[in-house]
Design a protein around this ligand. Structure first.
Ligand SMILES: NC(=O)C1=CN([C@@H]2O[C@H](COP(=O)(O)OP(=O)(O)OC[C@H]3O[C@@H](n4cnc5c(N)ncnc54)[C@H](OP(=O)(O)O)[C@@H]3O)[C@@H](O)[C@H]2O)C=CC1
Ligand SMILES: CC(=O)N[C@@H](CCC(=O)OP(=O)(O)O)C(=O)O
Length: 344
């Protein structure tokens, strides 16, 4: 198979760096363009400590630099709000796009406005964008021109939730989503509340009363299962570099059947692992992999706790983006993606 030239816009951020690592090890994609913003003009190796080989010597292009004609795929790993214009231009130039930002994740302008509080510059693309939760939208991803890669918190929430909603087992009005994220989830740009002294030896809730990902969770839980849900979502930030753990406090019926329902739904999925009943996952168990591990503990006939873990930079971002890119180019979905975690 030929090598497919790709561009990464936002290559100097955390998810951009992860994309470089994945593409360098991928047999069918090759890096042809690295875009940056404040770091444009420098070499990748000057800005990215983890970057070696030929890529280290590539010049970082300005965010709006022209993309060469032979580039077929563009990953936009840009802040939300900044991504939409680049996505629009790349599509207009005939490229396929996997957008890691939140700019095209919503079905309607109303929901986007509610979650982000601003007008969208290209709402006409909402209908075309495919929400890239591969386990539920695989067929649509295969023919997509634009993938809206899901958010990290929604990925860790929707994977355990949707199969139970599909079977009508959950009380959809009382879903509590308690999530913890490593600090890389907040990106690489300098912010006072991400300084070592603010984060170290501390755990902090944030995003209340309603974090923007609550809309994304509700919209797609409903989109995939048909059930209207409302979530109470509280994110937390922890002093670890990568990893995300989501605890779902759930009620419903036949909780004794929930473990089997999840096992059955995911038995053929390479990137979702349902642990034996009562065994709970850890972030260390998925770190460096594209997996989501799910553990379930029945509390009573009508109540259960489910815990899911992902690496926010992989299944929560660059890994899932690569899964989608594989689908878009008819490549084996697992290509270039580690099943095993970096453990211990
Ligand atoms: N981190 C995570 O775990 C996850 C992130 N995401 C989403 O993926 C996207 C990238 O995230 P992440 O890598 O963490 O972000 P970072 O803050 O680490 O990196 C942002 C990148 O975008 C560039 N950039 C910053 N501002 C602009 C601008 N105004 N115009 C063009 N480029 C700009 C930066 O360039 P320079 O360095 O040159 O200034 C940098 O390359 C975001 O939308 C994020 O919300 C999604 C899921 C998980
Ligand atoms: C710890 C932290 O700050 N996390 C980010 C979410 C991660 C992210 O990148 O959000 P998107 O997937 O929507 O782009 C936040 O709460 O805004």
């Amino acid at each position: 198979m030929k090598q497919i030239p790709v561009a990464i816009l936002g290559a100097t951020g955390y998810t951009g760096a992860e994309l470089i690592r994945l593409i360098e090890a991928h047999p069918h994609f090759e890096i042809a363009h690295l875009g940056a913003h404040s770091q444009a003009g420098k070499f990748a190796g000057e800005v990215l400590p983890g970057c070696g080989g030929d890529v280290a010597g590539m010049e970082l292009k300005a965010a709006d630099a022209r993309l060469a004609d032979n580039i077929e795929l563009v990953f936009t790993a840009l802040p939300h709000g900044a991504a939409a214009g680049s996505v629009y231009s790349a599509l207009a130039a005939g490229k396929k796009v996997v957008d890691l930002s939140a700019d095209f994740r919503h079905k309607t302008h109303e929901t986007y406005r509610a979650a982000y509080g601003v007008e969208h510059p290209h709402p006409e693309l909402f209908n075309e964008a495919v929400y890239g939760l591969c386990e539920f939208n695989r067929e649509a991803a295969k023919s997509a021109r634009l993938i809206a890669n899901p958010g990290c918190y929604p990925t860790s929430t929707l994977l355990p939730l949707v199969p139970l909603l599909e079977k009508g087992l959950l009380d959809s009005s009382s879903i509590i989503v308690d999530s913890k994220s490593g600090t890389s989830g907040a990106g690489r740009s300098a912010k006072t509340d991400l300084l070592y002294c603010e984060i170290n030896e501390s755990v902090k809730a944030y995003g209340l009363p309603r974090h923007r990902h609550a809309w994304e969770m509700e919209e797609w839980a409903s989109g995939f299962s048909g059930a209207e849900i409302s979530v109470r979502f509280v994110p937390h930030i922890l002093p670890m570099t990568r990893g995300m753990l989501t605890t779902l406090h759930l009620s419903g019926k036949d909780t004794g059947s929930w473990h089997a329902a999840l096992m059955q739904r995911y038995e053929d999925e390479p990137f979702v692992k349902v642990l034996p009943e009562g065994v709970l996952p850890s972030t260390a168990g998925v770190s460096g992999s594209n997996r989501c591990d799910i553990g379930i503990c029945q509390l009573s006939d009508s109540e259960a706790v489910i815990v899911s873990c992902i690496d926010n930079l992989l299944k929560g971002a660059a890994g899932q983006a690569m899964q989608n890119a594989n689908l878009m180019f008819s490549i084996e979905e697992t290509e270039g993606l580690a099943i095993h975690a970096l453990w211990p």
